[in-house]
Design a protein around this ligand. Structure first.
Ligand code: AMP
Length: 281
């Protein structure tokens, strides 16, 4: 496994594989890797001849600068996990390499970015699109892998690929959870013992709401989640939305779509966690 820090070096490493008509897969990450990330890497390794994993904490997608400062960084451990997972190239650039000058590009994703994370994290998806498009230009992958944990992000990336007419396939992968159900996240490391204990309730309530939804309407199911989250002082709910999984627009009737997903963002103490559950697909 090669570890490279510069785009020109990265392009050199990849060009040989490309000339040999090999398939190239990319897994973009911000590091502090866990089994959720590794599931993407393993799928990429299984489906492509060459796997590139980027590890880069992208400053332009952090609307909260204290979140950026607190974001965990474990490069040595990441490299060891990636080697074990069969990754071929790790791209670990410095900020100056990705942003030699400020990226002034403004993306527009319309209704997709006006819901859920959009209003709570102004500029977040623009920053995601900036870095992911730069990675797509640098690697020119045939396939790129993203986790469904960041449900809205996958929809935004698919839309970006359409807008930029990039010749690559976006592969979305299911959420990997801790044994107790908590969706794996690099941010989980920041939970103290009490917060970690309570955090399991998020996935538990979502799961219970799926049973509840079988005999209740959308508004009642939304209220069920909001009320149960509200019972715990440790939680502060940003939003719970039940949406059409394609358009991300809130639905008011289960019959409105064949793909209904509930998406939550909630602070557990100081740590903002997201999760989602599929009601219908
Ligand atoms: P991040 O490092 O948080 O930017 O995540 C990098 C990629 O891993 C994104 O596509 C995430 O959606 C994905 N990912 C993060 N956590 C999980 C998880 N628990 N299960 C599946 N994919 C995940």
């Amino acid at each position: 496994m090669k570890i490279v820090k510069q785009i020109c070096e990265l392009k050199n490493c990849i060009s040989e594989a490309r000339n040999a008509k090999k398939n190239i897969g990319l897994v973009p990450t911000m590091g502090a890797l866990h089994a959720g990330h590794i599931s993407l890497v393993e799928r990429c390794v299984a489906e492509n001849d060459l796997t590139v994993v980027s590890v880069f904490v992208n400053p332009t997608q952090f609307n909260d600068k204290s979140d950026l400062a607190a974001y965990p960084r474990t490069p040595e451990q990441d490299a060891a996990m990636l080697e074990k997972a069969g990754c071929d190239i790790v791209f670990m650039p410095e900020v100056e390499e990705m942003y030699p000058e400020p990226d002034t590009r403004q993306f527009s994703f319309g209704a997709l970015e006006q819901v859920m994370e959009g209003p709570y994290r102004p500029g977040h998806f623009n920053g995601v699109a900036q870095i992911v498009s730069k990675l797509f230009y640098a690697v020119e992958p045939d396939r790129a892998y993203f986790g469904e944990k960041d449900f809205q992000q996958v929809a935004i990336i698919r839309e970006m690929v359409k807008q930029l007419q990039l010749p690559l396939q976006i592969v979305s992968c299911p959420i990997v959870r801790e044994a107790d159900g908590l969706a794996m996240s690099s941010r989980n490391q920041r939970l103290n013992a009490e917060e970690r204990k309570k955090s399991v309730l998020i996935s538990k309530i979502l799961l219970e709401s799926r049973t509840f939804a079988q005999s209740n309407n959308v508004a009642e199911t939304k209220a069920f989640v909001e009320e149960n989250i509200g019972k715990e002082d440790i939680f502060r709910l940003d939003y719970y939305e039940i949406v059409d999984g394609y358009t991300l627009q809130p639905i008011s009737d289960w019959n409105q779509t064949e793909y209904a997903v509930g998406c939550i963002a909630v602070f557990c103490g100081p740590v903002r966690l997201i999760d989602n559950i599929i009601y219908k697909s």
